[in-house]
Design a protein around this ligand. Structure first.
Ligand code: ACO
Length: 311
């Protein structure tokens, strides 16, 4: 019986049919989707913190409005993705619990500090740029609710990327100090942005199975190469230098060769020892605890409304 269901499931995947919440699915398919989707949701939520840090210090009203809108979008993406993950039979409380106890991961990139205004530019340009490259293929992923969520998310990410690049462009064309600030932000965010796309294919434990199930449509290394090839000309255009002495156009491959990534740093950050891991978790857990009365009040209000209805 199970074998038959599995066979039908594999055939549906092969036909590029979407799998929907009430459809039969292998337990491992369900679990790995909960893993990836919830980590994705957590990344959006934790991802609000590095930029939230600069909302009150944005250099103009226009910049403040754009940054505020972007951070709000990230909250939306997180909630959207939590809802999509709930369709796989895990509750939101369980997901929060996993994040707060360190059981679930979130993207390594958000464990780096945002020390100058130029970091808002670098994050939008590089981090959201890498996120788009990673997420556009996910619009075509096999699980329906995830694929549909990604369509809207990608549209918004594209606005985020452009607002970041515009900040960098302005700074790069500004005073020497402003240009230096932009270059410094690029120097600090470049390598972590490459790491964000995940370990090398050889080290990636989930890629093979996730590609078979069409959860992942492109491998980590392919996405990384695409990101580099897309971003290098953008840096050239605004006169900034990618901090990689080994970066070189490869005529034969029609792609850039690039230097070694410090994977020790990546795993340190993933394991919780990055520069800001502790602060990020403290902020999230703190917000959860401080918000308890709001949740309680909302529940009490809902109960009261229900009671009135029943009378
Ligand atoms: N940060 C933290 N952990 C990571 C990262 C990263 N950048 N990349 C990989 N890992 C973890 C994986 O979660 C996995 O650990 P787990 O088994 O505990 O889940 C382990 O390292 C091995 O990696 P892979 O086998 O390559 O994992 P996977 O196939 O899930 O690929 C990837 C990782 C590319 C991030 C994938 O999960 C994905 O595409 N996720 C959806 C997009 C996403 O989450 N983006 C987050 C940032 S985008 C944004 O919020 C702006």
């Amino acid at each position: 019986q199970i074998k038959n269901l599995e066979k039908q499931f594999e055939e549906r995947i092969a036909r590029d049919e979407k799998i929907e919440p009430k459809d039969w699915m292998p337990e491992k398919y369900r679990k790995t989707h909960i893993r990836q989707m919830s980590q994705h949701a957590h990344s959006e939520i934790v991802g609000m913190l590095p930029e939230g840090n600069w909302i009150t210090r944005a250099p103009s009203l226009r910049r403040k409005v754009a940054l505020l809108a972007k951070v709000q979008d990230e909250a939306g993406h997180g909630l959207y993705l939590y809802s999509a993950t709930e369709t796989l039979g895990i509750s939101r409380d369980e997901m929060y619990e996993q994040l707060h106890t360190g059981k679930a991961k979130y993207s390594s990139i958000f464990n780096y500090p945002t020390v100058t205004w130029a970091d808002m530019g670098a994050i939008g340009w590089l981090v959201d740029g890498a996120a788009i490259i990673n997420q556009v293929p996910l619009c075509n992923t096999s699980y329906g609710p995830y694929a549909r969520a990604m369509i809207r998310v990608c549209k918004e990410e594209s606005f985020h990327q452009r607002q970041g690049y515009e900040i960098m462009m302005k700074l790069a064309n500004g005073t020497p100090e402003q240009k230096e600030m932009a270059q410094d932000a690029l120097n600090r965010w470049w390598w972590p942005s490459l790491m964000m796309l995940g370990p090398t294919d050889a080290e990636s434990i989930h890629t093979e199975q996730s590609m078979k199930w069409k959860l992942k449509r492109k491998s980590n290394d392919d996405l990384r190469q695409q990101f580099i090839d897309q971003t290098v000309p953008q840096a050239d255009l605004i006169g900034l230098t990618i901090p990689d002495p080994d970066l070189k156009w490869n005529e034969e491959r029609q792609s850039y060769d690039f230097g070694d990534i410090d994977w020790d740093e990546f795993w340190q950050v993933v394991k919780g020892h990055g520069p800001m891991n502790k602060e990020r978790m403290k902020a999230r857990v703190g917000a959860w605890e401080v918000g308890e009365w709001v949740r309680d009040a909302a529940m009490a209000y809902a109960d009261k409304k229900q009671e009135r209805k029943e009378k």
